[in-house]
Design a binder for this molecule. Structure first.
Ligand SMILES: *[C@@H]1O[C@H](CO)[C@@H](O)[C@H](O)[C@H]1NC(C)=O
Ligand SMILES: *[C@@H]1O[C@H](CO)[C@@H](O)[C@H](O)[C@H]1NC(C)=O
Length: 170
């Protein structure tokens, strides 16, 4: 893809936060959501596969926050390496500045061509609440695809947003 940026706001900042999100999580098992494929058809089959695989890979890294003070920092560090591999273009453009904040969070500043426009910020968090295997129909960190859904902790909250933001940027 050409590296040209047209009419982007002056600065788009994507802050991928590692936030303690230890709170009650809703059980979505009872929900019956069925429908058409969610990925728009302008993507080739290979691109759709790559997008899905990228999300599955993100789910498989157990970035658990056990409490506000205790997190799996190994997993958080691994996640940092993962996004570098999954989104090589994001990390290889002079108009995208990447900073690590507070050791594990990632701040991307995307500089557009018109500095007079309003900047905006997109945010998502990469950590998840703990998940006990017994309460899950599939292993919670498997990223298993079944019946047209990708299963796992973080698929809805909030690695979906995180991966979508970076995927779009990529
Ligand atoms: C922490 O994450 C690593 C992977 O990055 C994993 O191997 C390990 O089992 C996790 N530890 C806990 C306590 O979940
Ligand atoms: C980006 O990739 C090109 C090769 O496609 C390489 O020459 C260049 O050094 C890379 N730049 C950065 C900032 O990694």
């Amino acid at each position: 893809m050409a590296g040209r940026v047209a009419n982007l706001p002056a600065q788009v900042t994507a802050l991928l936060l590692f936030l303690a999100c230890v709170s009650g999580s809703t059980d979505s098992r009872s929900r019956e959501i069925r429908g058409a494929p969610r990925i728009p058809s302008q993507f080739s089959e290979e691109e759709c596969m790559a997008i899905k695989e990228a999300l599955k890979g993100a789910i498989q890294i157990p970035t658990v926050s056990f409490s506000p003070e205790k997190s799996n920092t190994t997993a958080l560090a691994e996640f940092g390496e993962y996004i570098r591999k999954a989104f090589p273009t994001v990390f290889n453009r002079s108009f995208i500045q990447h900073e690590v904040v507070g050791q594990y969070s990632h701040l991307f500043s995307v500089y557009g061509s018109d500095p007079s426009l309003q900047p905006y910020m997109l945010m998502a968090h990469m950590d998840v609440v703990p998940a006990s295997e017994e309460e899950w129909e599939v292993p919670p960190f498997s990223g298993l695809e079944r019946d047209g859904f990708i299963h796992g902790r973080g698929t809805l909250d909030n690695k979906n947003s995180l991966m979508a933001i970076l995927q779009a940027l990529e």
